[in-house]
Design a protein around this ligand. Structure first.
Ligand code: UDP
Ligand code: MG
Length: 321
């Protein structure tokens, strides 16, 4: 079997401070894998410039001109990490056998790329890079990430804990990923849905090499909301259930107010007022829940995700060539 062509996709937004070092390290990894015969000599790094206003694109152009294994895509404006990554994966999917996505900031250990390729050779279509610990992250980031992961789990979204967007995907996994046409992208939620054979490699996550995080708190929060609402209609069911609870409370309040009324302890007007508040709120919430359920259905239809993903087909004898 010929060695596979590897494409390393790196989204970059205002990364001029780290790009020279990233380029050196990725270059070294590619060279060593080529000399081991693990990947083809046509393998390359594909930088995706996500509308940076700094020197990122001129740098990428320079690497493309002066080095062998470097390619670049320049997006017309800033579209965010997930979209930039998707742009890169879409572009390389017909021009490689395997693609690895990695951030530009060198937080993920490039030395496990070799292990990822090995797992691919062993038959995996998707290999997740998973952090062993989060010691280099702040207490706040660690705990918000854990909370977010647990919340996602409870909403029924499959995702791999401590895995960001550092992963290997085979060509057919990339093809299948490109069938997910949704606009609100949360790639790490989609990949587990592909259903191919997967495995993990573990590494220590380092500090950002240089520059600043492009994910301030507000962006992280939006990302979390996107992650949940793109994959789950459970929040709508919560509204419905809340409505049921309200009706139950209305029933208890009914008994209580009747008791007070009979005992003569109630001020006139209070009984009917308090009852209608609980009862109508309950009815309103239930109605909202029902409407939400339909909107949820429309939402999943509009996303038009593929219904299934074929792993392999064994044809009957007469259909064989
Ligand atoms: N990034 C991007 N577009 C953006 C924001 C970030 O392409 O609008 C890239 C960024 O250059 C980096 C990756 O996404 O390669 C992850 O960003 P960052 O390291 O700042 O996030 P953190 O690791 O702090 O969550
Ligand atoms: Mg980072």
């Amino acid at each position: 079997m010929n060695a596979p062509v590897l494409a390393i996709v790196v989204p970059c937004y205002k990364e001029e401070a780290v790009l020279p070092e990233t380029t050196e390290r990725l270059s070294a990894v590619i060279d060593s894998l080529i000399s081991n015969g693990m990947i083809s000599d046509n393998s390359y790094v594909c930088y995706v410039n996500d509308g940076s206003s700094d020197n990122t694109w001129p740098l990428i152009k320079e690497y493309h001109e002066t080095r062998k294994h470097f390619a670049g895509i320049n997006l017309a404006g800033n579209v965010g990490h997930q979209n930039a990554l998707m742009a890169g994966l879409h572009t390389v999917k017909d021009k490689c056998d395997i693609a690895i996505s990695i951030d530009a900031d060198l937080q993920d250990d490039v030395n496990v790329i070799g292990d990822m390729v090995k797992k691919y050779e062993e038959g995996c279509d998707i290999v997740y890079g998973v952090r062993k610990s989060r010691e280099t992250d702040t207490w706040f980031k660690r705990n918000t990430a854990l909370g977010f992961y647990k919340l996602m789990r409870s909403m029924g979204v499959k995702s791999v804990y401590n895995h960001a967007d550092y992963r290997l995907m085979s060509r057919r996994a990339l093809q299948q990923l490109s069938n997910y046409n949704e606009v609100n992208l949360f790639i790490r939620g989609i990949v587990p849905l592909l259903g191919y054979k997967t495995d993990c490699v573990y590494y220590d996550r380092a500090e950002r090499f240089a520059g600043e995080s492009k994910y301030p708190l507000a962006k992280m929060f939006n990302f979390a909301i996107d992650g949940i609402t793109s994959f789950s209609v459970k929040p709508v069911r919560l509204i419905f259930n809340l409505g049921l609870i309200f009706i139950l409370i209305a029933f208890c309040v009914f008994i209580y107010t009747m008791y007070s009324y009979i005992k003569g302890a109630a001020i006139s007007g209070w009984t009917s007022l308090i009852l209608s508040i609980w009862f109508t709120s309950g009815c309103l919430l239930i109605s909202l829940g029902i409407i939400g359920e339909y909107i949820g259905k429309i939402y999943t239809e509009v996303k038009a995700r593929p219904r299934y993903n074929i792993e392999s087909i064994l044809l009957a004898d007469e259909n064989k060539e």
